[in-house]
Design a protein around this ligand. Structure first.
Ligand code: NI
Length: 171
């Protein structure tokens, strides 16, 4: 397994639309394992392949308290969305130290393939619903800050560009 480098907003590669996985083979299982290792190492609750510059429809999540229930979704598709919405504070490993409120469907059902290539359905609510919608957005090239006002987004962009510049200078 390997820890992968996470792209940071506003890296334009975060806006790439991922293509479907053709076959769940050894390469994809390796990607899944590396995504899980990278997510846990960074204390994230979710990570999409897009964030590590791999543009295929793969995401991993773990919203459990004990962080011992990895969930792997390959080619995920939302099959049902609740009519009601919920607002939650979100963060993102690609947008470090920025948290803000986003409104999403309160509950969704998602069909996907697991790490074993077998199809399953997830009925998600609460944090898991927030997380799966957030990660599926990444696969469409969308970062959560795009739900915020243009003013907030510009501030975040400026802050993170400065942070990246400072880190490069201090290296
Ligand atoms: Ni994210």
């Amino acid at each position: 397994m390997a820890r992968l480098n996470i792209l940071r907003y506003p890296d334009p590669r975060l806006h790439t639309v991922a293509r479907p996985v053709a076959a769940v083979d050894g390469r994809i299982r390796q990607l899944v394992d590396d995504l899980l290792e990278t997510m846990y190492a960074n204390d994230g609750v979710g990570l999409a392949a897009t964030q590590v510059d791999v543009h295929e429809r793969v995401l991993v999540m773990d919203t459990s308290e004990q962080r011992d229930q990895p969930l792997v979704m390959i080619n995920p598709e939302i099959t049902w969305r609740s009519d009601d919405f919920a607002v939650a504070e979100e963060g993102c490993l690609s947008v470090p130290q920025i948290y803000d409120r986003v409104e999403r469907h309160a509950r969704v059902k998602v069909q996907a393939l697991g790490r074993d290539g077998q199809p399953f359905e997830l009925d998600a609510e609460g944090l898991q619903a927030v997380c799966v919608q957030h990660e599926m957005d990444h696969l469409q090239g969308k970062v959560f800050v795009e739900y915020l006002s243009a003013l907030k987004r510009d501030r975040i962009r400026t802050k993170l560009l400065k942070k990246t510049r400072d880190e490069l200078r201090d290296r």
